[in-house]
Design a protein. Structure first.
Length: 138
């Protein structure tokens, strides 16, 4: 059993992707209800969570939202659930749920496949500032 914070939703992200880092910073800035915690997919804890929920490594080329004991979402469904949870204006993004998941994920996969060439990649995962350290699990 994993020892994860209670009542928090876990965002697993690609720790070396510049696009993912920008989106992560966006979520941190807009997470006014302190709902989310973050784990790099490349980290030991990230790999434990992925194994625990049973996602094959070939399917984790981007983002996973894990709600411990409840559900997990990945690809476009994760992005829409995160937008829904941020509330306010971002909640409007959930209108994209009317698009079939297969089509949403096709677009998502295209961006994920090209994200390093479009946005670049870092040599290592982001190191959170002392103020943000409590939002990152390890």
């Amino acid at each position: 059993m994993l020892d994860l914070p209670k009542n928090k939703k876990i965002i697993l992200f690609d720790g070396v992707c510049n696009l993912c880092d920008s989106l992560l910073q966006f979520v941190i800035h807009h997470d006014k209800k302190d709902v989310f915690r973050f784990v790099a997919l490349q980290s030991p804890l990230g790999q434990k969570i992925v194994n625990h929920i049973g996602i094959q490594n070939k399917n984790i080329d981007s983002i996973i939202l894990y709600v411990p004991g409840v559900a997990y979402y990945y690809k476009s469904s994760a992005a829409l659930e995160i937008a829904r949870e941020l509330g306010g204006f971002f909640h409007l993004g959930t209108i994209f749920k009317i698009i079939p998941t297969v089509l949403r994920n096709h677009i998502y996969d295209y961006v994920a496949k090209n994200r390093y060439s479009w946005y670049g990649k870092k040599a290592s995962c982001m190191i959170p500032t002392p103020e943000l350290k409590s939002k990152f699990l390890e």
